[in-house]
Design a protein around this ligand. Structure first.
Ligand SMILES: [Fe+2]
Length: 209
């Protein structure tokens, strides 16, 4: 998601107003999306983990602050574009924007990697599967449905079939309302396509046997 967007900014012709507007709208949208994701983590996960690992939670929330600051630099440069005096200034502003976005992505990816490698295993140490599922449900319950669809669509399209089989089984077993469960499973199926869905169903049946 972020790397694709970085490529789109890199390739964009900043003298083309319509093309720039489109890429800038996508950039602003993703910055907002990732900021909301940080808030969700703080509300639904960090609030429970703080009791056990306060220093690590402080580090992660400090990272979120730093990510937001880097995002604010990107947004500030986007706001400069309409005031550019001509093609040269547009190109120069686009170059600075790409650099600022790269800085944002580099920091963000390092943060994500820390969460995956260090923080996630810690959550398994302090909470059981049911409690972790409750935290995920809490995140879903706090987000508007269209945001959940966007996030989950991204997860469904980027995960492998083994991860997806586990994820879909978790959704099926969750205490979410049946309507939402069916909606999420339909979204997963549509996103991955029939061929991969058949593999996922086989894997789910095998692990349930
Ligand atoms: Fe985070």
């Amino acid at each position: 998601m972020l790397c694709d967007l970085g490529g789109a900014i890199r390739r964009n012709d900043f003298t083309d107003e319509a093309a720039s507007k489109d890429v800038m709208a996508r950039t602003n949208h993703y910055l907002e999306l990732f900021y909301e994701h940080a808030l969700s983590e703080e509300q639904s996960i960090h609030s429970h983990m703080r009791e056990f690992v306060p220093d690590i939670v402080d580090k992660l929330e400090g990272d979120h602050q730093a990510i937001e600051e880097r995002g604010a630099v990107v947004k500030g440069i986007i706001l400069e574009l309409p005031d550019a005096a001509g093609p040269e200034q547009l190109i120069e502003t686009g170059f600075r924007l790409h650099q600022a976005f790269n800085s944002y992505v580099a920091f963000f990816l390092e943060h994500l990697n820390y969460e995956e490698e260090s923080f996630l295993p810690l959550t398994w140490q302090y909470f059981d599967d049911g409690q972790l599922a409750d935290m995920r449900v809490d995140i879903l319950a706090h987000n508007p449905p269209e945001r959940n669809i966007e996030w989950l669509g991204g997860i469904f399209s980027s995960n492998n079939v083994n991860e997806l089989a586990e994820l879909v089984s978790g959704v099926q077993a969750s205490p979410l309302p049946q309507e939402m469960v069916q909606g999420l499973i339909g979204l997963a199926r549509n996103t991955v396509g029939e061929e991969r869905w058949a593999v996922i169903e086989k894997k789910m049946a095998k692990s349930a046997a």
